[in-house]
Design a protein around this ligand. Structure first.
Ligand code: SAJ
Length: 439
């Protein structure tokens, strides 16, 4: 361990990053920029070519990333490849491959298993392997360690060292979060955690908190389960407000004036690559432990039901306007999962669009950030019977609503994100229904 610590200090360690996606690529680039030699191993040859040409393969606005890729590719401190052979002389290997969950909420570790097996066949003696992917509590002990020992023929803490440092990146702020957000550094042993802190200190200007591997797994999955439960609470209060004639947005504002309250935003659903997935990873960790986990799955169910609640509001609005949903024309505003982003992973809008189409409704989609859905809103809304706000893109706040209602067949506005007020919408000639806003 001393040898690797000294090489880290001198920046002479050779680093491999396996998986050059929205987690692996920024970390590879930052270590290269800091002066380390980095090999990026990526299964997709098109990504490898783009990165070696100094191009950024990640869609959407990622401040600073494209320039940095160009700079480190030119300096040859970052080289991407599809071949594990180049990992043979690496001292530190970071694994940042996807760990999705399937429709039954079971983690799919195929990418993790295959990268571990390939790594084991080339990992040098004394190497330090670090998992950055989010994993269910217990995965490091039950999946990662056995596969690495089996495929390398080495024993942990003798032939190699092991740790995990789950990422905390966010779409749109990949580099910023990586540099400025604290991280839990899970080491198979305390010495390993200390060595890892010495490595990450070169790129992270925030707390690096040493822990064991299972704690690092618990923190990462719990911090996102926390957010999901908070959002579910806000959504449930929104449904109550609708039923009793309250305005959840006003209720939330006043609740949060009470000390130590932080009610989250209700809305049209929860999408993205982290929040819908990580609560299930946390729950999976206790699948055989007879722990009565109820709050986390129920919160997931509440949040996943919100797009269908929006559908109920659409049906209610059309009925009030004497329109049948089966012959209606609906414009869904926003297909990304997050405001001012083009990222559509697990988009709540997709669930709404599917449900509408199953009812025979003619559905159009608009999103200023998503290819194929961009364009003029007045044109998109022409002859529609309802516009349904699913994402709070800033561009929607700037619309001249009266120009939109003027071209619609029926002027109905369903607001899933409180982008507008009822008064504003009615002034522009709309019948308005908003999530969490009682009639
Ligand atoms: N959402 C709500 N109500 C809220 C907050 C979010 O309905 O109060 C919805 C959003 O519309 C979106 C989804 O939830 O559909 C997720 O939103 P998010 O703001 O959590 O954005 P993400 O998915 O990019 O979350 C990431 C997470 N970061 C990591 O996993 C490392 C999350 O832990 C962070 O809190 C979040 O970024 C952030 O705000 O930094």
């Amino acid at each position: 361990m001393n040898e690797i610590r000294q090489k880290i200090e001198k920046k002479s360690v050779k680093i491999a990053v396996i998986g050059l996606g929205y987690v692996g690529l920024p970390v590879a680039v930052l270590f290269a920029e800091t002066g380390f030699n980095v090999i990026g191993v990526e299964i997709r040859p098109d990504l490898v070519d783009k990165i070696n040409q100094g191009m950024c393969p990640i869609e959407g606005e990622e401040p600073g990333l494209a320039d940095l890729i160009m700079k480190v590719a030119a300096s040859t401190r970052l080289h991407a490849t599809t071949n594990y052979e180049s990992v043979r002389d690496c001292d530190v290997i970071l694994i940042a491959v996807e760990t999705p969950v399937d429709d039954l909420h079971i983690p799919r570790y195929e990418a993790l298993r295959s990268s571990l097996k390939s790594l084991g066949t080339v990992m040098k003696d004394g190497a330090l392997a670090i998992i950055e992917s989010t994993t269910a509590p217990g995965t490091m002990a039950e999946v990662v360690l056995p596969i690495l020992e089996e495929s390398s023929g080495k024993k942990v803490n003798q032939g190699f060292y092991l740790g995990n440092c789950p990422e905390r990146v966010m779409t749109g702020k990949l580099l910023k979060n990586l540099k400025t957000v604290s991280r839990v550094v899970g080491g198979h042993t305390p010495e390993t955690a200390e060595t890892m802190i010495g490595l990450y200190r070169h790129i992270v200007q925030a707390d690096l908190d040493a822990a064991d591997c299972v704690t690092a797994e618990l923190v990462k999955t719990a911090e996102n389960a926390y957010r999901d439960v908070q959002i579910a609470f806000a959504n449930e209060v929104a449904l109550i407000c609708e039923a009793v004639g309250g305005d959840v947005w006003k209720v939330r504002e006043l609740v949060n004036k009470s000390p130590m309250r932080q009610m989250h935003l209700p809305g049209a659903g929860v999408g993205g690559h982290c929040i819908p997935k990580d609560p299930w990873l946390l729950v999976y960790g206790v699948r055989n432990k007879n722990v009565p986990v109820r709050l986390i799955p129920t919160s997931r169910a509440i949040n996943d039901s919100m797009p269908l609640h929006i559908l109920e509001l659409v049906k209610e609005g059309l009925t009030n306007c004497e329109r049948k949903i089966s012959s209606a024309r609906i414009l869904v505003m926003g297909f990304a999962y997050l405001e001012d982003s083009g990222d559509t992973r697990n988009s709540p809008s997709a669930a709404l669009v599917d449900a509408l189409q199953q009812l025979g409704t003619e559905v159009a989609i608009h999103d200023p950030f998503v290819e194929g859905y961009k364009g003029d809103m007045v044109t998109a809304a022409t002859n529609a019977d309802a516009i349904v706000v699913m994402v709070a893109h800033k561009a929607y706040k700037l619309l001249m609503l009266s120009e939109i209602s003027a071209v619609m067949r029926t002027a109905l506005l369903i607001d899933g994100r409180s982008v507008y007020t009822k008064a504003q919408a009615e002034q522009a000639g709309f019948k308005y229904i908003g999530v969490g806003r009682g009639i």
